[in-house]
Design a protein around this ligand. Structure first.
Ligand SMILES: CNc1ncnc2c1ncn2[C@@H]1O[C@H](COP(=O)(O)O)[C@@H](O)[C@H]1O
Length: 324
């Protein structure tokens, strides 16, 4: 029996989803390249909702290469080695986290954070994403005079710097009108979440939640727990997540990205507003998830995210049309 794309996607659960399937040559998706390529114009034209984008995980390769060339010229990195890592198409989960560390070396100052934010939003808008939840981990970099707060301010400056579309990011709009989805043409709704990295201590996680609370008025709408799923323990982040919950900040958790039954159980019991990934859940945890009201965003199994985005995009379109 021929392998279906869904089966291939399942087998590829330890691999990062690639936006451009053409780039997946050599991956399990390669046999379907022509089929997928033929769908792309249609997929691009659909209005879409992106609920799971990481800022530094969405940087243009061309920007990364440009930044790497600069560091290479200063003798701070070996450019050919870094270039090969950036351009590699199909990555294991471990390789993804090595890449993130590398990206973080390249995106260290305020201007670069502002630039990548602007570019990421413009890129999503160019693919007709009309609602984007963008998350990022506030970072300290004393060498660049960067505090967690100034990092977030640089991200907010990126929202203002967007040129190709109108960015709608005022949270009061949601509070006043419920789920407001009216939008001028050529615009994108952007909501920002602050991420706690699983490498962080309880104190650092608390600091991120406090920052999110302080910056709610500037458009921060929630807290995300992400980072290498093989690092860190649930109990480390609990105090910060509880604080966020007590203060009414919505929470999304990366959950079950690798097998870890006790953590998945703890996360589901916490009843976050959303979970992401959920690709390594045992039957009882699946049953618990399905019985709960927690919406899930599947991202490790790229194909599921692909379908989910399309379906949501359709619903969104119908909703928009009915509003007018
Ligand atoms: C592959 N699946 C994933 N699982 C878990 N965490 C992920 C992730 N993809 C990205 N991140 C998290 O997002 C950071 C990069 O964006 P920011 O620096 O925050 O903007 C990564 O360092 C990691 O902590």
């Amino acid at each position: 029996m021929p392998q279906t794309m869904a089966a291939v996607a399942g087998e590829a659960s330890e691999r990062l989803h690639v936006d451009d399937f053409a780039a997946a040559t050599g991956s399990p998706f390669a046999p379907f390249e022509d089929e997928v390529r033929s769908w792309l114009p249609w997929c691009r034209s659909l209005p879409k909702i992106e609920l799971h984008a990481h800022l530094n995980g969405s940087v243009r390769s061309s920007t990364l290469l440009e930044l790497a060339i600069r560091l290479g010229e200063k003798g701070l990195i070996n450019f050919p080695e870094v270039e090969a890592i950036i351009l590699k198409g199909d990555r294991s989960l471990a390789e993804c986290f090595k890449l993130f560390d590398l990206i973080h070396l390249l995106t260290t100052d305020h201007n670069i954070i502002t630039r990548i934010t602007k570019e990421v939003i413009e890129d999503f808008a160019s693919e007709n994403v009309i609602y984007l939840e963008l998350r990022t981990t506030p970072k300290l970099n004393p060498l660049a005079g960067m505090t967690k707060r100034s990092y977030v301010e640089a991200v907010l400056a990126g929202l203002k710097a967007v040129e190709t579309v109108e960015v709608i990011s005022n949270t009061s709009e949601i509070q006043q009108n419920g789920l407001v989805m009216t939008r001028p043409k050529e615009s994108i709704h952007v909501r920002l979440l602050l991420s706690i990295d699983r490498r962080e201590s309880t104190e650092a996680a608390m600091e991120t939640v406090q920052l999110a609370l302080d910056m709610q008025k500037f458009g921060i709408v929630g807290i995300d727990l992400s980072g290498n799923p093989r690092v860190g323990e649930w109990k480390t982040f609990m105090p910060a997540l509880k604080l966020a919950r007590e203060q009414g900040l919505p929470i999304t958790l990366h959950c079950g990205e690798v097998p870890n039954t006790s953590e998945v159980q703890n996360m589901l019991a916490f009843q976050p507003e959303r979970i992401g990934h959920a690709c390594c859940l045992e039957e009882p945890e699946w049953a618990a998830l399905l019985q709960s009201s927690i919406p899930s965003v599947y991202t490790n199994q790229g194909i599921l995210q692909f379908y989910a985005r399309m379906i949501l995009g359709y619903l969104q379109l119908i909703y928009l049309e009915n509003m007018h």
